[in-house]
Design a protein around this ligand. Structure first.
Ligand code: GAL
Length: 671
């Protein structure tokens, strides 16, 4: 039975990466017993097992995996079977040294860690395809097989390769994109700095250069490198779809991972999955985790998604690996469920004895399961989730959305900009943070999404925009939507060339403004804003010098030569509204502004709760609303909810006030 079928069932999947090849087989039997105790029903296997499955080229050893698959099935555990292609065995590099990746500086990355392969290497592609084919053929009918987990975190360590094989692939990609060198020269603006190309062979990847490389060359390199990772996924998916069309395919995404355009990728999978490792030492960890969950849900257009990896306690790859506090693992798992997941898995099942991840958290820690806090918590959660199956099909309720676009992200963060301090994630967080803090749950949308589903579309930054997207945003506002746009948006076209005629050229009509010049601020420099309603706020980072062309000023700058000119504007356009924010506000002022804008569009926080209490609502197929109430504070809080009903976790009645212990969770259902 496949997960596609199982997904339609009311069930939450629970488990983790399982690496039994690191242990003698007697331990596997103990693993099975413990998995049953902990409510585990799905494990990802074989992720780093290539050298165990194929110790020498073409010489396969599948016996151990046969036994393992049988054992899992006998114990009611399904397999997310990996294609094992994320880390080639030493023989590949030994026989094909040119399969190794090379950095922009010409440094070869050697085997001995993991992921030491060039995405364009014919030797790697051939060996990987052969392995995938063998695995698919061998396990196509195995009843434990629920899902294909292809490769692992594509691009995690090596997301681009600058070797000669890659350079040739880049030229091929460019010739498909542009057709002729004239077109390429035009798009890249090679009249600048004597860069005109006369032969395709003259073009190289943006290897280390004396100074700024051509920005369009850099942008195309990012597009090409992302496409190359996607092509690797396509290569495996095509084989799997041919041999096992009944088994769904996923690969584990890493949330806001810059090198790969996950929107372009997500549609190629049957289900989207996420690896997330928020840092418990980071005060914004809960918000960041929420954003990763929202992104994953949105990549799959709202369908249930899989939390493929998280840690039970700590990771091992930060310089200081702070533990999740007691209760926090459950809390963040419930946060994923609240935000649309139907699966909670971990890296990894059993803590390793050897290797670079031996200090990474696991479900079964080094000390064993007796008197182990971690084991108590993970096994309690696994059992608790078994009762929550009906949640799996409900959908997250949202009114608003935030637009993100990988191409614009790449272009924004190229060098030679007015301010390199203006970065995608900071811009996004300045919008997402206040929305999260006030519990106004949002989707992410992409340039191909249907904006009409939302009352407000926030556009924190859209530095690069093509004509079609600009026109769709304008049409959305004209039709009655609200757009809230951040600064340095609508500046360049898809070739990284300025859109002339006064910034932001494609949005001037919609916004009713013209930006005459940018005034980026020095580090530590501030300005201040006076709001039309009398309030004030500091601001920093950036100022736009704005002419009003139909818009009105919601706030003006108080300092510098542009004092008195608009900083935040509002414009009625068609049946909708377009608001523009031409600076970075202090977070509290930004929150107040967004709350006001939301209220005007009929979007209000679901309840008035203390800071650190998160509320997300999911709606079941039969229309019932489930309120997830998550206490991210290390102390007891009492919140008042506008509902009377039942706590799904405890069965207790909920009538207004709900007490949540430190890191506590309540799932309240009205009625
Ligand atoms: C992920 C990876 C896992 C494991 C984990 C440790 O990036 O997919 O294999 O290394 O990190 O946190």
């Amino acid at each position: 039975m496949s997960v596609r079928t199982l997904l339609e069932q009311p069930r939450i999947w629970y488990g983790g990466d399982y690496n039994p090849e690191q242990w003698p087989e007697e331990v596997w039997h103990e693993d099975m017993r413990l998995m049953q105790q902990a409510g585990v029903n799905l494990v990802s296997i074989g992720i780093f097992a290539w050298s165990h499955l194929e110790p020498q080229p073409g010489q396969v050893e599948f016996g151990w995996l046969d036994r393992l698959m049988d054992l899992l099935y006998a114990h009611g555990v399904h397999a997310a079977l990996s294609t094992a292609t994320a880390s080639p065995p030493p023989w590949l590099a030994h026989r094909h040294p040119d399969s190794l990746p090379v950095t922009a500086d010409g440094v070869t990355l050697w085997p001995g860690g993991r992921q030491a392969y060039c995405p364009h290497s014919p030797a790697y592609r051939q060996a990987a395809s052969a392995l995938v084919m063998r695995l698919a053929e061998r396990y196509r009918a195995h009843p434990a097989l629920a899902l294909w987990h292809i490769n692992n975190e594509y691009g995690c360590h090596v997301s681009e390769c600058f070797c000669d094989v890659s350079a040739a692939a880049f030229r091929q990609w460019l010739s498909e994109r542009y057709g002729t060198l004239d077109e390429l020269n035009q798009a890249w603006g090679t009249a600048f700095w004597s860069q005109r190309y006369g032969l395709w062979e003259e073009i190289n990847p943006p290897r280390r250069a004396p100074t700024f490389a051509n920005p369009t060359q850099q942008l195309d390199w990012r597009r090409f490198s992302s496409d190359s990772l996607i092509a690797l996924g396509d290569m495996e998916t095509a084989i799997l779809r041919r041999i096992t069309p009944h088994v769904p395919v996923t690969t584990n995404f890493m949330g806001f991972f810059k090198p790969a355009d996950y929107r372009k990728w997500a549609h190629r999978e049957d289900i989207v999955s996420l690896d997330t490792y928020p840092d418990p030492a980071d005060p914004f960890a809960a918000a960041q985790n929420a954003a990763q969950c929202d992104l994953t849900r949105s990549l799959g257009d709202g369908k249930p998604w899989m939390l493929m990896e998280q840690t039970s306690s700590a990771v091992n790859w930060r310089s200081r690996n702070v533990l999740k506090q007691p209760g926090q693992m459950r809390l963040w798992s419930m946060q994923a469920l609240a935000r649309g997941a139907n699966t909670i898995l971990f890296f990894q099942w059993r803590a390793a004895k050897a290797g670079a991840e031996k200090f990474h958290g696991a479900l079964v820690p080094h000390v064993g399961t007796q008197e182990s806090r971690v084991w108590r918590e993970v096994s309690a959660l696994g059992n608790e989730l078994q009762e929550l199956g009906p949640l799996a099909q409900s959908r997250v309720q949202v009114d608003t959305a935030l637009l993100v676009d990988w191409q614009s992200w790449w272009a924004l963060e190229l060098d030679s900009k007015p301010s390199t301090a203006v970065t995608f994630y900071d811009r996004l967080a300045s919008f997402y943070g206040p929305l999260y803090a006030t519990n106004m749950t949002s989707d992410f949308v992409f340039t191909d999404s249907d904006f009409a589903n939302y009352k407000i579309v926030f556009v924190p930054n859209l530095y690069l925009v093509d004509d079609a997207t600009a026109a769709r945003l304008e049409a959305y506002v004209a039709g009655g939507g609200t757009v809230v746009m951040g600064f340095f948006s609508g500046i360049v076209d898809e070739n990284e060339q300025i859109r002339l005629g006064g910034y932001p050229a494609p949005f001037r009509r919609m916004l009713g403004i013209r930006i005459e010049e940018f005034a980026p601020m020095a580090e530590g420099e501030h300005n201040a804003l006076r709001f039309a309603d009398g309030g004030s706020s500091v601001c920093d980072l950036w100022a736009d010098v704005i002419d009003l062309e139909g818009a009105s000023a919601l706030a003006t700058f108080t300092g510098n030569f542009y004092a008195g000119r608009a900083a935040i504007t509002e414009h009625a356009f068609g049946r909708g509204r377009a608001i523009y924010i031409g600076t970075r506000l202090a977070p509290e002022a930004m929150a107040a502004l967004l709350v006001r804008i939301c209220a005007a569009a009929g979007v209000r926080p679901p309840a008035n709760v203390p800071a650190g209490v998160e509320i997300v609502r999911r709606q079941t197929e039969d229309g019932r609303i489930l309120w997830f109430v998550l206490n991210h504070r290390p102390e007891l809080v009492t919140v008042t909810l506008p509902l009377a009903g039942t706590d799904v976790l405890t069965g207790a009645a909920v009538a207004g006030a709900v007490a949540l212990e430190a890191y506590g969770v309540s799932i309240a259902q009205a009625g």
